[in-house]
Ligand binder design. Structure first.
Ligand code: HPA
Ligand code: ZN
Length: 322
């Protein structure tokens, strides 16, 4: 058996970022949306760097216009996850893409997403939970609107609140009000940090947002004190090696610090981020990590246990994961 055949827990997946290109093209065709610039000649998503990736990502979301579209997206995404052996996944959902931040509209989108997720659970045995996510480059005021959507729908399905977007814009602490609102509603917290922002961004995430998990966080390796702090606080990193390589943080999987972080006692997990954008899948991440770092089935089993423990779901759901 290959390590890629193991059952997997994925904690860091952007819902729209997981949209298969063929699915986006089909919707564009149905809705007559012009996607010039989104795909290259081979039909893959096209971008030059991280900020340009965010522009392409947002351009592709133009085809996602109704709750039904998000239901169809959810079915397509979960089918792909299940085909990769993923048994439990948390995806980032942005109310800004689901009804432009309006709470009543968000409830309708969420309903359609949950219905599709229920069907996928029956058909493929995969469980999805949602992490409502604000978009950093849209600023703290829009984030408050997102946090309200999160707080109002918090429960056994919407289990977390997070932040993605351009880490170069503003500071983590600018969003403390929104993270506090989400925490008070019972949501668990994560934020993208230590990807493009460097170690200081991770310090800010810990000090100013008090998150349980960190999206990426890999550049903590540049600051030994920060690594110690992450271990001491029992923070889990949602590491996406393939994404980091494609976006130019590390030259290849062998140069990626995931093994060094693990050896230092950091709780690391493995995810794909935006798989079709980064030409990856969960199976590929496992194969590449095994080849680059000599990880065997025992290591991956431990990583999946770590991920299951760090999942934001309730304990009844957690008991069913692995
Ligand atoms: N990183 C940060 N923000 C994002 C991403 C990502 O990979 N995808 C969508 N928003
Ligand atoms: Zn991400």
């Amino acid at each position: 058996m290959s390590v890629a055949d193991l059952p997997k827990v994925e904690l860091h997946l952007h819902h729209e970022g997981a949209a298969p290109p063929a699915f986006v093209r089909q919707l564009a065709h149905e809705k007559k949306v012009d996607l010039t610039g989104v795909f290259d000649d081979q039909g893959n998503y096209k971008f030059t760097d991280f900020v340009n990736f965010l522009r392409t990502y947002e351009a592709a979301t133009a085809v996602l216009q109704t709750p039904e579209d998000f239901g169809r997206l959810t079915s397509a995404v979960l089918e792909e996850c299940a085909a990769n052996g993923v048994v439990y996944v948390e995806s980032f959902l942005s109310p800004e893409f689901c009804g432009c931040g309006d709470l009543a509209a968000w409830r309708e989108y969420l309903h359609a997403i949950q219905e599709a997720a229920d069907r996928a659970e029956t058909t493929h045995g995969i469980t999805l939970r949602g992490v409502v996510t604000c978009i950093r480059h849209e600023g703290p005021e829009i984030a408050k609107r997102t946090a309200l959507c999160a707080a109002e729908t918090a429960g056994d399905w919407v289990v977390g609140f997070g932040m993605g977007g351009d880490e170069g814009k503003g500071h983590q602490g600018d969003f403390a009000y929104s993270f506090d609102m989400a925490r008070e509603a019972g949501l668990k917290l994560t934020t993208h940090a230590g990807e493009f922002g460097g170690p200081e961004s991770v310090w800010e995430a810990i000090r100013d947002l008090n998150v349980e998990r960190i999206g990426h966080g890999v550049r903590a390796i540049e600051d030994p004190k920060l690594v110690q702090e992450i271990v001491a606080r029992d923070i889990t990193l949602e590491v996406c090696p393939g994404s980091n390589v494609v976006l130019g943080l590390y030259k290849d999987f062998a140069a990626h610090p995931i093994q060094k972080l693990r050896a230092a006692g950091v709780k690391v997990t493995v995810s794909t981020d935006d798989p079709p954008f980064f030409g990856t899948t969960m199976r590929r991440e496992y194969d590449m990590l095994a080849a680059a770092h000599g990880w065997d089935a025992e290591v991956f089993a431990e990583i999946n246990q770590t991920a299951a423990r760090a999942a934001f779901c309730d304990e009844d759901t957690r008991a069913t994961i692995l």
